[in-house]
Each structure stands twice: as structure tokens, then as C-alpha cells.
Design a protein. Structure first.
Length: 83
């Protein structure tokens, strides 16, 4: 990852996150808060990943305790597809 873009919400503005990004050489970018024009593609990706998680859990019959595993699989698959 080269860039990390957020809408400036409090959930991603901690000092710990900033230190981690800096230590990894990741550029932090902040868009205007509460503007869907700036983060529309992020919302779409989040929605796509959440759908994929649900499909994985439903198809495999996984319990909710395996949610984190389903997330890692969904993100792995998303990062390796063109869509």
C-alpha cells in the first residue's frame, strides 16, 4: 500500500495510526469530511467486501466467530481481481 485515504473521521486519526503509516512509508491523505464524492469508491469497495464476507460465511456454513477469517479471504480475493 502506498496511500491511505480517509474522510478525516475520528476512527482513523489516532496518533498510533499516524505513527504506523509513517513507519511503513505510507502516505496519508484526507478528503473532505462527509462528502460522498470523495469516498464513493471506498464505500463501494467496503460494500463489495461485506457482500463477499457474507457469501463466504453462508456458502461454507461458518459460524460468526470466523468473521475475521472471512474478511481476510474476501480482501485477499478482492486484491487479486480486476473488478
Amino acid at each position: 500500500m502506498k496511500r491511505y485515504r480517509t474522510d478525516g473521521g475520528d476512527e482513523y486519526t489516532s496518533k498510533l495510526v499516524a505513527e504506523y503509516l509513517q513507519s511503513e512509508g505510507i502516505l496519508k491523505e484526507t478528503t473532505l469530511l462527509y462528502t460522498s464524492q470523495s469516498n464513493g469508491s471506498v464505500k463501494w469497495v467496503d460494500h463489495t467486501i461485506m457482500d463477499c464476507i457474507q457469501w463466504i460465511r453462508d456458502d461454507a456454513g461458518l459460524a460468526k466467530k470466523y468473521w475475521a477469517f472471512a474478511v481476510s479471504v474476501a480482501v485477499y480475493l478482492k486484491n487479486r481481481t480486476l473488478a
